[in-house]
Design a protein. Structure first.
Ligand code: FDA
Length: 307
C-alpha cells in the first residue's frame, strides 16, 4: 500500500531508529499532536477537558509484548489504578488493553484472568481488547471467548483488512459481542490482508453492515466504529436506519488529535463520540503506525524540527 507506509512500518520495528528518535526533543514535540502526555495524569486531565465538551474517552497505556510475568502483572496493576482514578473523578472513560502487554505470549490463562479482573472492576463499563498483528488473532479470539465466559462487559477489536475477519465475525456473532471495528494498522502480507485501500473500505462496510443487521435482529450491541473515515461512518448511519435502528446507533471512536472537527460535528449530531487517548513511554512504534496511516503527517514532524 505505498512505499512511504511500508517504510514507516519497517522503521517502527527498528530498535536502532527507535533509540535515536526517542532521544530527540523534536520527536517528543511532534508526538504531542497525538498524545496529551506520557503520564496517566495527562490522559486524565485531557479526559476531564473532553468531558466538559461532551466527549467520552478510551484510555490505553502504550506498550507491546513484554518480557516477563512481573511486567504483565504491573500492567494489570496499573490499569486497576486507572479504573480507580476514573471512578474517583467520575470521568466518562473506558480502558482498552493490548493482550501482549498483559502477557498473552507468556501465559494466556493468566492474561484472561487479569482482563476478567479488570472487567469486574470496570463493570458496567466495557473493557476493550485491542487486536495486534495477525500472528495474534487466533490467541486473541480465544482470549476474548475466555474472558467473555466470565464477564459480559468485554469488547473486542476486529480488523477489516484481514481476509479472515468475516469468518471470525460469523463465529463470534452467537455471543452478541461488543465489537470495535477498525481498518487495521499493521504491516501484513497480501495473503492475509487486503493491500488495496478500496478493498479494506469495502470489507469495513460489509462487516459494519453485518453487525448492524445483527444488532437490529437480535438486540445485540451495534458496532463501535473505530475510524476517522467519515464517508464510511455516514454509510453505516444509512445502514443503521435501513435496519430499523437510530442513525446514531453506532458509537464512534477516534484517536486523540485526529480530525477533531469531525469528532465535534458527530457529537453535535447526537452520536456518542469517544476519543482514544494513548499515554506512556513506549510511544515510538505506535507513533510510527500513526504516521504510516497518513504519510503526509511526516510533514508535521518536519515542521516541528524547524521549531
Ligand atoms: P483511513 O486511514 O482511510 O483514514 C480516513 C481519513 O482519516 C484519512 O483520509 C485522513 O484524513 C484521516 N486520518 C486517518 N488517520 C490519520 C492520521 N494518523 N493522521 C491524520 N489524519 C488521519 N488498529 C489495530 O490494528 N488494532 C486496534 O486495536 C486498533 N484500535 C483502534 C481504536 C480506535 C478507536 C481507532 C480510531 C483506531 C484503532 N486502530 C487499531 C487503528 C486503525 O486500524 C487504523 O489504522 C486507523 O484508524 C486509520 O484508519 P481509518 O479508519 O481512520 O481510515
Amino acid at each position: 500500500m505505498g512505499l512511504a507506509r511500508n517504510l514507516l512500518l519497517w522503521a517502527s520495528r527498528n530498535r536502532w531508529i527507535e533509540s535515536q528518535v526517542r532521544r530527540r526533543s523534536f520527536a517528543r514535540r511532534a508526538v504531542r499532536r497525538f498524545m496529551p502526555g506520557e503520564e496517566l495524569d495527562a490522559a486524565l486531565a485531557a479526559t476531564a477537558d473532553l468531558k466538559a465538551r461532551g466527549f467520552g474517552t478510551v484510555l490505553t497505556q502504550l506498550g507491546e509484548a513484554i518480557a516477563d510475568r512481573a511486567e504483565a502483572q504491573a500492567v494489570h496493576d496499573h490499569y486497576i489504578q486507572v479504573l480507580g482514578r476514573i471512578r474517583e473523578q467520575a470521568l466518562p472513560a473506558l480502558i482498552s488493553v493490548k493482550p501482549t502487554q498483559l502477557g498473552l505470549d507468556l501465559d494466556a490463562a493468566a492474561c484472561a484472568g487479569w482482563i476478567a479482573d479488570l472487567a469486574a472492576r470496570a463493570g458496567p463499563d466495557l473493557v476493550f481488547i485491542d487486536m495486534e498483528d495477525s500472528n495474534y488473532v487466533d490467541a486473541t479470539l480465544a482470549l476474548f471467548r475466555r474472558v467473555r465466559e466470565r464477564r459480559a462487559n468485554v469488547g473486542l477489536c476486529l480488523q477489516a483488512y484481514l481476509r479472515r475477519t468475516p469468518a471470525d465475525l460469523e463465529a463470534l456473532l452467537p455471543l452478541n459481542p461488543a465489537i470495535r471495528l477498525v481498518k487495521g494498522a499493521y504491516a501484513e502480507p497480501a495473503d492475509r490482508a487486503f493491500p488495496r485501500k478500496a478493498d479494506v473500505d469495502a470489507a469495513y462496510l460489509a462487516l459494519g453492515t453485518r453487525l448492524i443487521d445483527h444488532a437490529a435482529a437480535r438486540g445485540a450491541p451495534a458496532p463501535v466504529l473505530g475510524t476517522h473515515d467519515v464517508g464510511l461512518i455516514a454509510e453505516c448511519q444509512r445502514r443503521a436506519v435501513a435496519a430499523g435502528l437510530d442513525r446514531r446507533a453506532c458509537e464512534v471512536h477516534m484517536l486523540y488529535g485526529i480530525r477533531p472537527g469531525e469528532q465535534a460535528r458527530l457529537l453535535r449530531e447526537g452520536h456518542v463520540v469517544r476519543v482514544l487517548i494513548s499515554y506512556g513511554r513506549a510511544w515510538f512504534r505506535w507513533y510510527l503506525r500513526r504516521l504510516a496511516e497518513r504519510p503526509a503527517n511526516v510533514w508535521f514532524v518536519v515542521k516541528s524540527l524547524a521549531g
